[in-house]
Design a protein around this ligand. Structure first.
Ligand code: DCP
Length: 173
């Protein structure tokens, strides 16, 4: 199935009782920075691998943002081009948090809680606009991501590129 078809914008997934993401009743805003730890190990470092919470799904985010814009009569402003500009602006805000710091190690050692929270906000803005842009362009983003990852695996077979960051066009065979 084409990833661009998706479901109708009114397709409902929000009836799932395990998804309580509505209004002020959830507390998901309080600890988005630390996440949960899974038992699997991170490469060879021996550290526990960081994982996301299973919810909200991308469709949950699409629906919540659609409700947010509907409630404000903001769809008149949220055409694809405007959403793209908003997305790029938010990417710029993420960049500002990293600029002039030099290289930053995984886990952001030395960052304050406030800086981590700020980053979580800006990355969320990027995600929100990205999901809405995909919706308004009728790209079924979760499915499209899976298809693109499959293409990436074909283009970069692990046996061929292991340990190398070269672009696929740089391989000679
Ligand atoms: N027309 C708008 C304005 C805001 N938002 C939502 C999506 C983003 O998650 C967030 C963006 O809000 P701001 O434009 O106020 O940007 P920031 O939250 O980044 O604030 P600031 O620029 O002060 O850091 O709000 C939206 O959907 N549509």
């Amino acid at each position: 199935m084409m990833a661009t078809n998706g479901k109708d914008a009114c397709g409902q997934n929000g009836d799932d009782p395990s998804v309580s993401l509505n209004g002020g009743n959830d507390t998901s805003h309080s600890s988005a920075v630390n996440g949960k730890k899974a038992p699997s190990r991170n490469g060879g470092t021996g550290e526990e691998r960081f994982t996301f919470s299973p919810q909200p799904t991308m469709e949950d985010i699409r629906r919540l943002q659609a409700e947010f814009t509907d409630e404000r009569d903001w769809n008149q402003f949220h055409q694809p081009r405007n959403l793209l500009l908003a997305l790029v602006g938010e990417v710029g805000e993420v960049s500002e948090l990293f600029q002039w710091r030099g290289e930053v190690a995984e886990g952001l050692p030395g960052w304050t809680d406030s800086e981590r929270e700020h980053l979580a906000h800006e990355l969320s803005d990027v995600m929100i606009y990205l999901v809405e842009l995909a919706e308004k362009c009728r790209v079924d983003l979760p499915r499209a991501v899976l298809r693109k990852m499959a293409l990436n695996r074909e283009k970069y077979p692990a046996s061929k590129v292991h340990g190398s960051a070269k672009k696929y066009t740089e391989y000679e065979d």
